[in-house]
Design a protein around this ligand. Sequence first.
Ligand code: NAD
Length: 361
Amino acid sequence: MTQIQTFALRLSALRAQFGQAAAPAIAAALQQMSLTRAVLLATPGHAEQAHDMAAQIGPSVVAVLPVAQMHTPVEVTHHALPHVLAAKADALISLGGGSVTGLGKALALHTHLPHIAVPTTHSGSEVTGILGQTEAGRKTTMTDARLQPQVVIYDPRLIATLPAAITVTSALNALAHAVEALYAPDRNPLTSTLALQGAQALITALPKVLENLNNLEARADCQYGGFLCGLVLGQVGMGLHHKLCHTLGGSFGLPHAQTHAVILPHAVAYNEAAVPDLLAPLAAILKAETAGQGLYTLAQSLHAPQSLRDLGLAEADLDRAADLATQSPYPNPSPLEKPALRALLQAAWEGYPPKPRGYHG
Ligand code: NAD
């Protein structure tokens, strides 16, 4: 008997452009939307690049605000807001990684201005209506359609300056979205197809980028892969992997993308026995017996961080991390049990390969 697939799709009015040089693409996007007073956002470390970009775009950029900080602190948004208002801005442009995109989203929410995102990492934030921000050291996440940038411009030339280590960890961060989308309870045929395509693009292109950081074709393939992974993050709910990374980043101050790199093989191994069929296509792309093992080998070959110890987590904190990650229930293929999670965290802390049959028993 055939089974009718029941699912719903949310498609946002997002315009994404690939491959073109960013400055003329931004200028054209502003013109198409009749916008003449854009404020360009960046981090302090990329102020010079931001001023350069503003000069290339032309007079439709009226101010450059290089104030974005890691994890989008609310105080930074409140500091930037009066500058945006004083500039009588009619558009926001974010030039940078997830931290700058986050500031653009937070300001767009306050001002209702259109947001053109020009990502320079693979975090995928630019294609979601999700905002993670920090206030008084606590990270909170909100979802709102108004957070979704209207235009996203992917220019491989901008990402060619991204150092190898950040390229890898940010791409593994994107890959994690695709991986958890494969077993998300609200997945649908489209999200699974996009997730596998995104994973395939990243897994194929990353080694080529590492061989030559200026390989613009491979850089563009990674951007495409990251885009697909970001799309699925905006479509379906995430599970254990994202919860663990959120806990480790939010409560123990571990760096965002590196933590994703360490946890992913273990979170997948934790879930794989419960959903082997859903992860088999990923294992096939990784040319590995199991997806967990394949992801560990991939991270190793890309010289990604592999242990929480190396990221600065104290072994004494593992118990509390396991407690925090089991405090509020959320959907996940394998049951969330503290002893199993504690075993996962220990293996990730040591930098061991994931357990082939998972962490239950
Ligand atoms: P990031 O934006 O913090 O950037 C990491 C580092 O890379 C910074 O030092 C930055 O200056 C540098 N950098 C960025 N682009 C560069 C380039 N082209 N050349 C040289 N250096 C460059 O890191 P990220 O991983 O992109 O973003 C992390 C943030 O994004 C976190 O706060 C995370 O929560 C958020 N995020 C949000 C979503 C979402 O959907 N809301 C998704 C993923 C990540």
